[in-house]
Design a protein. Structure first.
Length: 141
């Protein structure tokens, strides 16, 4: 004689297997999109869409800062340290670029909209298999 709960148990089991399979698929798909942190990285600094400077992010380099001047006395002080780059001081009113912190991968650039400054990190060798061309076009949080 069949139990009244048998269809419920079967449906719940199928849902659990499906959910677990989806989680595994998402996990392995995300692993393909993760940049290779062992590769040499370079930070490109743009202002008004023009490349100002490319800085290699070498973990063994001593920390240093540089200031990028903008229109009407605007400035951004950029700090490079231990293989990462960030904005440590800015003249913009909201200071959101400073709150973005330091980056060492290409997932999210640092932007300062009032001063029209963008810092993007990329792999130094574009011929590497896991280059930006194979990275995700957009990341949302």
């Amino acid at each position: 004689m069949k139990s009244k709960n048998t269809p419920v148990i079967i449906i719940c089991s199928l849902l659990l297997v499906t959910a677990f399979s989806c989680l595994l698929w998402i996990y392995y798909r995300y692993q393909d999109l993760t940049p290779d942190t062992s590769a040499a990285m370079t930070a490109d600094i743009y202002q008004n869409g023009t490349l100002l400077k490319s800085i290699p992010l070498d973990p063994q380099e001593p920390p240093y800062t540089m200031t990028v001047m903008g229109e009407n006395g605007a400035y951004n002080t950029i700090t490079v340290q231990e293989g990462k780059i960030g904005i440590s001081a800015a003249s913009c009113p909201d200071k959101l670029c400073m709150h973005q912190g330091f980056i060492n991968n290409s997932l999210l650039p640092i932007t300062c909209l009032p001063n029209k400054l963008v810092i993007r990190v990329r792999q130094s060798n574009p011929s590497v298999e896991n280059s930006e061309a194979s990275m995700a076009d957009i990341i949302t949080y």
